[in-house]
Write a protein that binds this ligand. Structure first.
Ligand code: URA
Length: 442
């Protein structure tokens, strides 16, 4: 295959054929296409886009590069949830055990922190001993035994996505609707799901910041899922401020545990329950109100927290963290951050917060960087809140005084206090299915 010819056609805005995409993905998986050619092609895709047919062919080529899990022997609905990425988004840590406690099989495959966003795997690994690199065999056995496994992308699942993703991360080609859609769906569809819930983030902290384009992203992923026999539902949720209060790996694990114990922040609970309802409906529950009751009961009875303990123990972690979150790693330096003025909190900018967590050591600048699980923020200030001068708005968790200073400067930039009214996005703006868009959600 003559790759420069394909790059040239894409660069000039033509569509490549499905056969060309599949062949190209196969050749890239086999190491026959160098990264410099693939980088040029990615940039051409970024600038010219892909047709619906091309996106589907790209996805099929990516999936064909790896294996597919098969849970049909379980005789149970197999449903997962995936977020397009945000700051403070620890919903997966609450939702996976919660849905499993309600009888759904959840083979949750997640990613690491990327850019300014955090990753579920890094949050889970802040639990001492927790192992996310289960083999497909171990994953199957664990889902069978306790209803849920929380793992990273194995080498067998969509290996081309893994390579492409790493390349996109360093070639400024992440924020592209068809590339994000094919990347996410190549992993999710390989899980052999009977249903999928997508949390598509909107706002300045999301990868796709424009609300119209985030709707296009949701629709594209739904179409890819439905066309391949996987009923898919998306909720469009707010990422113009962090979700919950905690941002940073161990801090978020702790907040997720509080959520499982029914003591978490309201917005975390609302998004978790809304996505949980969709998971249960996809798993066969007919009644929306009953789905919500089942989830609330699993939280109130302690069954969801117990399921998380079982998952932690099965994956080598210390399950006592659920009863005693002080067993999670703790930061060396902690400082309270106070309001520098009085008025209304107009904005809590998630991108600045997410970037600061990375800079303080809580994320990676290079793939091989180790992550410090202890650093981050707990931010109690919310858009719309009235605050007084010197009122505590957040806590900064860092390795040392330099980290505290970095955190303080980030909060100065992220938290805007002034006159007037805050205009935050609705927490859950819409429910999107193959049938259309529902606003407000039912
Ligand atoms: N998450 C993914 O898995 N892929 C993307 O492209 C973006 C977010």
């Amino acid at each position: 295959m003559f790759v420069p010819g394909l790059i040239e056609r894409k660069r000039d805005g033509s569509a490549l054929s499905p056969g060309e995409w599949r062949e190209l993905m196969g050749a890239y998986a086999a190491g026959q296409v160098p990264d410099y050619q693939m980088s040029a092609l990615l940039m051409a895709i970024f600038l010219k886009g892909l047709t619906r047919e091309e996106t589907a062919a790209l996805l099929d080529g990516m999936m064909a590069s790896g294996s597919r899990l098969d849970f049909s022997a379980l005789g149970k609905p197999v449903v997962d949830k995936h977020s397009t990425g945000g700051v403070g988004d620890k919903v997966s840590l609450v939702l996976a055990p919660l849905a499993a406690a309600c009888g759904v099989a959840v083979p949750m495959m997640s990613g690491r922190g990327l850019g300014h966003t955090g990753g579920t795997l890094d949050k889970l690994e802040s639990i001492p001993g927790f192992r996310t690199n289960l083999s497909l065999e171990e994953t199957r056995a664990q889902v069978d035994a306790i209803g849920c496994a929380m793992i990273g992308q194995t080498p067998e699942i969509a290996p081309v996505d893994k390579k492409l993703y790493a390349l996109r991360d360093v070639t400024a080609t992440v924020e592209c609707v068809p590339l994000i859609a094919a990347s996410i769906m190549s992993k999710k569809l390989a899980e052999g799901l009977t249903g999928l819930v997508l949390d598509v983030k909107q706002g300045s902290g999301a990868f796709i910041t424009d609300p119209e384009r985030s709707l296009t992203l949701a629709r594209t992923m739904i179409e890819l899922g439905e066309d391949r026999g996987c009923p898919t539902v998306a909720l469009l949720t707010a990422m113009d401020r962090p979700l919950g209060r905690a941002c940073g790996n161990a801090l978020e694990a702790e907040e997720a545990i509080m959520g499982l114990r029914g003591e978490g922040p309201e917005d975390l609970k609302d998004v978790t329950l809304a996505e949980g309802v969709e998971m249960l409906l996809l798993a066969g529950e007919k009644d929306r109100a009953r789905a919500r009751r089942r989830l609330e009961e699993a939280l109130a009875s302690g069954k969801a927290a117990e399921t998380f303990q079982k998952i932690i123990a099965a994956q080598g972690g210390d399950p006592r963290c659920v009863d005693d979150p002080s067993l999670l790693p703790q930061a060396e330096a902690v400082e309270v951050y106070y309001a520098r003025g009085a008025g209304t909190v107009l904005r809590v900018e998630p991108r600045a917060i997410g970037r600061a967590v990375v800079e303080m050591g809580g994320g990676r600048r290079k793939v091989e960087d180790a992550v410090d699980p202890t650093v981050g923020f707990v931010i109690t200030a919310r858009p719309g809140q009235t605050v007084h001068m010197s009122e505590p708005l957040a806590s900064i968790f860092a390795r040392d005084a330099a980290g505290i200073e970095l955190g303080r400067r980030a909060l100065d930039a992220a938290i805007e206090i002034g006159e007037g009214k805050a205009a935050p996005l609705p927490l859950i703006a819409a429910r999107v299915t193959a049938k259309g868009v529902e606003k407000p959600i039912p």
